[in-house]
Structure formats: structure tokens, C-alpha cells
Design a protein around this ligand. Structure first.
Ligand code: CSD
Ligand code: FE2
Length: 267
């Protein structure tokens, strides 16, 4: 980072009053919006075509360092008990990523889904979420990172079209690899390389709130059935993903182009 950037990021912490020009004191940034700024600093400027160089560990660390204060993020947290969860846009991350606040209805879960080649770093802001991790329909039982139908594939992923080919392998129940419950302040990471997952709010009466950062992984394009779509990042949060039937492994594309709210305003 050059000295100009350092000056920019330092000046946000202190409030430099420009009394000579009579401008009002800047309102000090709260810790949540400081986190948003730190994430932007890590992601860097928007001139890259992909974010293969994104440092996931650094992103996890700043998310872990933040202590959740409801007043700081509540303006983004729209609850709607008529759906499993709401997806609320907080920031577009220099055009390279999307930062979302998700609000989870008690007892509800997301469908089993992939992540459209995005990195997903997630922090629990309130309550808890249970993650069930599944293998891809095509993965080799003895080697979860290998594809059973295309031996030259390094790992199954969204662009890995044979993951849809239940007609080659026949319907196949998805394998449950792991179940983990994450509590308030915990941070986790998900990507297509780890498999598929679903998240559930195990509480009977409390909403859960989580913060999700989606950035583009190694490539910024993926195969959508027969059609090759070239995407500028970010893809997963805006352009959708695939959901999977746990009994057959059959996948269906779902568009996620609509946010429930953007920058604190309900759509
Ligand atoms: N990846 C999901 C939320 S979760 O189940 O991880 C989404 O963005 O809707
Ligand atoms: Fe997810």
C-alpha cells in the first residue's frame, strides 16, 4: 500500500477538524463501518479483472476482530418472517465484491447451494447458524476434491458442468460431510472447493443475523448449463447460484439479482 492510501485509511480513525474552512466535525465512523472500510482496503482498487489474489485470511481476521454491536448494523437488518431469510446489501466492495447482511427467520434454512466460484467469508452478528456441508453430486466417495466422471478435473465447482450430469451417474443422494453450529462473533469460510452447503437458524424464536462477504474466486466466469456467461465480479451475490435436491443431486439455477434492501433502503 502506498503512503497516500495509508493517509486515507488513517484519517478515518481520527477526526481532523478543518476549522479554517468552517466545515463541521466529521462524524466518527463506528466500528462496523470501519470494518467495511478495512474490507475495501484489503480488496484494493476496482481495476483488477478478478480477485484471485484476495487474501481470505486477512478478510477473516478483520471480521473476527470486529465485535458485533447491533446499533451499528441494525439499519441493514430487515427481517421478513414470510421468507427463510433476507439478503441486504451493505457495500459493493470497490466493485469487486458484495457485503451482505442476512437476517434469518427462526427455524428456517437456505436451500442446499453452491457459491458460483465466489469466496464467501461469513461472520455471525447475532444468534447462531447451523451449517450442513454436502459433497458435490459427482465427487468421488474416496476423494471429495475429485470428480468421479472427469478425472482431469481438479475439484468440482460451479463451472464444473458434470456436477449437473445426474443422467450419467444416475440420481444420487448428496453426502453430508459435516454439521457445524457457529455462534455470535464466529467467522467461517465457504467456497465451491469445499462442497455445497445450507445454513439454518436453529432457534425457535430468535432471528439470527450474519454478515457475508462474496468475492470472486480464481476465475470470473462460469458455465450456466449450455450457456457460457462471462461475468464481471461479483457474481454469486448478484447473478445467482445453483440449488440442489438432497435426494437426487439434481441442480437448478436460481437468480439472486434482487436484494431485499440496498444500503439500508428497502427495495
Ligand atoms: N450463500 C447464501 C447464504 S448461506 O446459506 O450461506 C446466500 O448468499 O444467499
Ligand atoms: Fe452459502
Amino acid at each position: 500500500m502506498d503512503s497516500t492510501n495509508n493517509m486515507t485509511s488513517n484519517s478515518k480513525a481520527g477526526s481532523i477538524h478543518d476549522s479554517a474552512r468552517g466545515s463541521p466535525d466529521p462524524v466518527p465512523m463506528d466500528a462496523f463501518h470501519n470494518l467495511v472500510q478495512e474490507i475495501n482496503d484489503i480488496l484494493g482498487p476496482s481495476n483488477g479483472i478478478d480477485s484471485a489474489d484476495v487474501d481470505v485470511d486477512e478478510l477473516k481476521k478483520v471480521m473476527l476482530d470486529y465485535r458485533s454491536v447491533e446499533d451499528e448494523w441494525s439499519k441493514y437488518a430487515f427481517a421478513d418472517h414470510s421468507r427463510a431469510y433476507t439478503r441486504n446489501l451493505v457495500d459493493r466492495g470497490n466493485g469487486k465484491a458484495n457485503l451482505l447482511v442476512l437476517v434469518w427467520t427462526p427455524g428456517e434454512a437456505s436451500p442446499i447451494h453452491d457459491h458460483a466460484n465466489a469466496h464467501c467469508v461469513m461472520k455471525i452478528l447475532k444468534g447462531s447458524l447451523t451449517e450442513t456441508l454436502y459433497g458435490w453430486p459427482c465427487q468421488r466417495p474416496d476423494s471429495p476434491t475429485s470428480c468421479a466422471t472427469a478425472p482431469d478435473s481438479v475439484y468440482p465447482s460451479t463451472q464444473h458442468t458434470c456436477s449437473a450430469r445426474t443422467q450419467i451417474m444416475g440420481p444420487k443422494e448428496l453426502a453430508v460431510l459435516k454439521e457445524t453450529t457457529y455462534g455470535r462473533e464466529q467467522v467461517t469460510y465457504m467456497s465451491d472447493q469445499l462442497g455445497l452447503h445450507r445454513m439454518a437458524n436453529p432457534s425457535k424464536d430468535e432471528v439470527a443475523v450474519s454478515l457475508h462477504l462474496y468475492t470472486v474466486s480464481v476465475v470470473s466466469r462460469f458455465m450456466l448449463d449450455a450457456e457460457l456467461i462471462i461475468l464481471q465480479p461479483p457474481n454469486a451475490a448478484k447473478h445467482g447460484c445453483h440449488i440442489f435436491d438432497p435426494k437426487t443431486g439434481k441442480k437448478t439455477h436460481v437468480s439472486q439479482g434482487h436484494f431485499y434492501s440496498e444500503l439500508g433502503v428497502k427495495m
